[in-house]
Design a protein around this ligand. Structure first.
Ligand SMILES: NC(=O)c1ccc[n+]([C@@H]2O[C@H](COP(=O)([O-])OP(=O)(O)OC[C@H]3O[C@@H](n4cnc5c(N)ncnc54)[C@H](O)[C@@H]3O)[C@@H](O)[C@H]2O)c1
Length: 289
């Protein structure tokens, strides 16, 4: 809540306020100086928002009144939702999406007098120096553990970028820094670097643990303890240069790369491959450029 006049206090609309991200960003925005409007399509989600003591606003009304409209709806409906809401917005409104796929694919409804920004949370770093229980518990970020954010805006209006950044710093708080890149660069970061590669490797580690326990028969506690400690040291050694690996470990790592990783794996960084994964994610036939 604020005592300032509406003309000096930007209004932020959260469309899809009961979703996973909608709830997270709303929980932080309610404690800010922004005027916040909550919109949600599903009846169950609307009930949840009311139960939190938050007033609901129709999407069309929220989009027409807000200075910044956060589209926290699933990526596969961003085309349809933006086609419905962008025509209703005031000139100069900032549309803020939370994932670059739809913007990269050209799915967002375009208007020359609207500014399009996208901000993705980095999540708290694996090397974050956590000191409190709350920081340790906050694995996703946005509650207690500081995180960085990567955002894209290609509109060239410094004041709009500043407005977007002020909302981003609140909705993903606590935020250490916001890094501004292009939409394509953000799409290379997510999905390619962090979903196609990092999250896939995380899932592979979990499968490897399962094989060790259920196929080979190693006691689960022993396998889990060994994997978690070594995952920590592997990341510290490779990404931070903390300690050198032993000579024998380097030989085993080479054997692992030869046995597990395809020689042409770096093709995931090629433009056609980025288009391929994004069309698959958005369930569309092609990228519009
Ligand atoms: N979930 C994550 O971990 C995560 C992380 C970073 C970014 N994102 C991005 O955040 C965005 C939202 O994803 P999510 O996982 O929170 O989705 P979600 O499915 O959890 O929530 C989406 C919400 O939008 C509502 N909705 C759908 N159509 C609507 C409409 N027309 N008007 C109002 N509400 C509508 C749904 O009822 C639902 O409550 C996506 O762009 C996603 O890529 C998600």
């Amino acid at each position: 809540m604020t005592t300032e006049s509406p003309s000096t206090t930007p209004t932020v609309a959260v469309i899809g306020a009961a979703g996973k991200m909608g709830q997270r960003v709303s929980n932080n925005l309610v404690d800010s100086d922004f005027q916040v409007l909550f919109s949600e399509a599903s009846p169950k989600g609307q009930e949840l928002i009311r139960s939190l003591g938050r007033e609901l606003t129709e999407s069309a009304d929220a989009a027409a009144r807000a200075d910044v409209v956060i589209l926290a709806v699933p990526d596969v409906v961003l085309g349809a939702v933006s086609a419905e809401l962008v025509p209703l917005m005031k000139p100069g409104t900032v549309v803020l999406t939370l994932d670059p796929a739809a913007a990269y694919a050209g799915l967002l409804h375009e208007r020359a007098d609207i500014h399009y920004a996208c901000a993705h949370p980095c999540h708290p770093s694996v090397f974050l120096e956590r000191t409190t229980k709350e920081e340790w518990a906050d694995t996703f970020g946005g509650i207690a553990a500081p995180q960085e954010v990567v955002a894209a805006y290609e509109g060239g209006d410094a004041a709009k970028q500043e407005l977007a950044e002020s909302v981003i710093r609140v909705m993903y708080a606590p935020v250490v820094d916001v890094h501004w890149v292009t939409v394509k660069q953000l799409a290379v970061l997510e999905p390619t670097l962090v979903e196609t590669i990092a999250c896939m490797v995380g899932a592979l580690l979990t499968e490897a643990l399962h094989e060790t326990v259920h196929t080979v028969g190693v006691p689960e506690k022993a396998a889990r303890a060994m994997l978690l400690g070594h995952t920590q040291v592997a990341l510290a050694n490779t990404l931070k240069g903390s300690n050198p690996f032993s000579d024998a470990c380097l030989i085993a790592m080479d054997y692992g790369r030869e046995s597990i990783v395809r020689e042409d794996w770096k093709k995931v960084f090629e433009d056609e491959e980025l288009d391929k994964v994004i069309t698959r994610m958005l369930k569309i036939k092609e990228i519009k450029r």
